[in-house]
Design a protein around this ligand. Structure first.
Ligand code: SF4
Length: 682
């Protein structure tokens, strides 16, 4: 390093990559982040690790080396306003006046239902709260959403349905001490590495039994006591098999099921339709293995099912989480300390986005928007009448309303739907219909290039606030460096916009916003403490469960697109160490580690069978079209399937997907399809 340690300032903050929310030191010299280190791990006199050493002194490669995007040359330094085809540097005051005039004009002419907003779950809690307040109390629209819609909301809705509170039921301590852990649909070592460390600790120190269900031979599968390599897209069947085996082998927790005999009878009846032989054929896992792991989960004194993108982002994600809850319930693991069904998230503040009410169905604190008393309470606090609940729209509904001409202005903070959603959604054609597209982002994204106005936003290193991690802990974000160029924190821009629109907001800092949140959600800022819930499914099991349980065991399919033989490969896309690439593609430290990540990973046997090598170019063809890509042989991928990491936007593999939408939660599914693979070069 160029500097001595004493020449650098050390700021303790929270990593903003994944939902683990590790504590880190940003070490800075003047305006530059020089390096990232982690707070040292130490034990207190009782032998417990201290809270400040969350992560046990560890950071993954993203947290440690992925910081260069903060002062990247590509950062937006100035607001941009469109004149004709060009986006032109414009002073802040003029830019804000343009936004205020055009937004007010649309609002006046077409009403609140002509305006909508979308925000990233990488913003702080305070910013997420302000965003929904600006939309609801200011612009009076309930057409708003966040990136938690891409999957985490399936988990939230399912857990809320079952136990009344939509948040992860377990923390790292529970994971480490669990005697059995079922990891399903999660390449956790890459997506949430420090949570994976807890599972590895459980294996090595506590000799826990770890069952990994995945279609790839992931790192955690290689360490697991019981790796189950299932056929791509068949995780849902495997859960059915586990529930069936528990009942069939009489491993149910009788004290638990006896409290709800009707619910248990309904589950048993639903299971009568399920055949282990059929499940075995669908998943590629023998009935014997299914019985064995079901017994391990049921008989463990503490057991946790951890699900992630392979469950919540795949078709029927909501129902799949409910099935895992069934498994936990019948084995007596729901509501028992140290056991439960939990999840991990890609973006650091997905839980915060839901808790702050950035979804048409939720007000802050996950109060239902369609609950008149909740609407009245928040309306009173904000001194407004909130919009009618039927007027709300989630992101896919917002796109539909843009297409039908109802929505004319869209405010996008930190999201890039043009690069995220497949071509079949025609996001470009849809956004072109808008009279006003405002994009607020640290970078000029694909969506930003289409905008009428682009507002330069600060990164997490340049602002104060909090994130809520996947354990439900609220963690401090501290400013380490000045904002780059003329960029500003999102809370600051939204406050200026609200005041320009005449809403008289008096926030001078994120602390002022926190004070307001604390009044509305007492106890939310119990900093650093896990927001534990005492899950009780009694109400759920007594009301409606018996009537609905059969449907979730009937409705699942192995894959969204049937295999008619013309597209022999199952293509999956998903997260790896570098996640979606929103920040990581701008972090030179990460690009240096793996510059060539945008290749299709295939099993070496398939590579050889098709006469390919790592210099080959292939064409992938689905029902949606074709793209060309490079190839990477990867023994961890099963023959007959292939995988594309969602890191780089190119090649546009996502465009091969169709989008299914979850009927209950509105979560869009576009992570798998069937393809034909042909060699086209080298
Ligand atoms: Fe950051 Fe997640 Fe890595 Fe922790 S595990 S350092 S939060 S990316």
């Amino acid at each position: 390093y160029l500097y001595k340690p004493w020449q650098m300032k050390k700021t303790t903050t929270t990593c903003n990559y994944c939902g683990d929310g590790c504590q880190m030191h940003l070490e800075t010299k003047d305006t530059e982040v020089v390096r990232v280190t982690s707070p040292l791990s130490w034990k207190n006199k009782w032998g417990d690790r201290t809270e400040t050493a969350k992560g046990h002194g560890g950071l993954c490669v993203r947290g440690r080396f992925g910081f260069q995007y903060i002062d990247s040359e590509q950062r937006l330094r100035q607001p941009l306003v469109r004149t004709g085809e060009t986006l032109t540097d414009t002073p802040w005051l003029d830019t804000m006046q343009t936004v205020i005039d055009r937004l007010s004009d649309i609002h006046r002419k077409h009403g609140p239902e002509s305006i909508a907003g979308l925000i990233t779950a990488r913003c702080t809690n305070e910013e997420l709260y302000l965003f929904q307040k600006l939309m609801r109390a200011g612009l009076r629209t309930n057409q708003l959403d966040s990136s938690a819609r891409y999957g985490h909301l399936n988990y939230v809705h399912a857990v809320r349905q079952a136990v009344g509170v939509g948040r992860p039921l377990n923390d790292w301590e529970d994971l480490t001490k669990a005697k059995a852990i079922l990891v399903i649909g999660s390449n956790i070592t890459e997506t949430n590495p420090l949570t994976a460390v807890r599972i590895k600790e459980a294996i090595r120190v506590y000799r826990s039994q770890v069952i990994v269900v995945d279609s790839a031979n992931t790192n955690i599968a290689q360490l697991a006591s019981h790796p189950l390599l299932v056929k791509p897209g068949s995780e849902s069947f495997l859960i059915d098999g586990l529930v069936k085996s528990v009942i069939e082998q009489d491993l149910v927790d009788e004290a638990t099921t006896a409290r709800h005999p009707q619910a248990f009878a309904a589950l048993k009846e639903a299971m009568a339709q399920v055949s282990l032989d059929h499940i075995s054929a669908q998943t590629g896992i023998s009935a014997e293995q299914i019985r064995e792991v079901a017994a391990i989960f049921a008989e463990a004194p503490r057991a946790i099912a951890l699900c992630a993108e392979g469950i919540v982002r795949q078709p029927n994600g909501y129902h799949n989480v409910l099935k895992l809850i069934d498994l936990a319930w019948v084995t007596g693991k729901l509501g028992q300390p140290g056991s439960g069904v939990t999840t991990v998230t890609e973006e650091v503040n997905e839980q915060g986005a839901v808790d702050m009410g950035v979804a048409p169905e939720f007000l802050p604190g996950q109060a239902r928007f369609d609950d008149p008393s909740a609407r009245e309470r928040f309306g009173k606090a904000w001194d407004v009448t909130l919009p009618a609940s039927a007027s709300g729209a989630n992101f896919l509904e917002i796109l539909a309303r843009i297409r039908n001409g109802q929505i004319k202005a869209l405010y996008v903070i930190g999201e890039n739907p043009l690069a995220t959603l497949p071509a079949s959604m025609d996001v470009k054609g849809t956004l072109e219909k808008l009279q006003l597209l405002i994009v607020q982002d640290p970078f000029l994204t694909e969506t930003g290039k289409m905008a009428h106005v682009v507002l330069p936003a600060a990164t997490y290193a340049e602002k104060e606030g909090t994130f809520t991690n996947l354990e439900g802990k609220v963690l401090r974000v501290r400013q380490a460096v000045d904002q780059v160029g003329e960029s500003l924190p999102d809370w600051h821009i939204m406050t200026a916009l609200a005041n320009g629109l005449g809403y008289d907001w008096t926030y001078e800092s994120p602390q002022d916003v926190q004070n307001e949140i604390m009044k509305l959600l007492p106890g939310y800022y119990n900093l650093g403490q896990p927001r534990r819930v005492s899950p009780s499914a009694d109400a759920y099991l007594s009301n409606g469960y018996a009537a609905e349980v059969a449907s979730r065991y009937r409705n699942h399919t192995a894959q969204s697109t049937p295999n008619d033989g013309t597209q022999p490969f199952t293509l999956l896309t998903g997260q790896v160490l570098y996640h979606s690439g929103k920040m990581s593609t701008r972090a030179s430290g990460l690009i240096n580690i793996e510059p060539n990540n945008g290749r299709i990973r295939m099993n070496p046997a398939d590579v050889e069978r098709l006469g390919l090598n790592e210099q080959s170019t292939i064409r992938l063809t689905s029902r949606q079209g074709s793209v060309q890509a490079g190839v990477k042989a990867d023994p961890d991928i099963q023959p007959g399937s292939c995988f594309f990491p969602e890191h780089f936007n190119e090649p546009a593999v996502k465009d091969l997907m169709i989008v299914d939408v979850d009927a209950v939660t509105g979560v869009p599914y576009f992570k798998s399809t069937r393809v034909k693979i042909e060699k086209v070069g080298a």
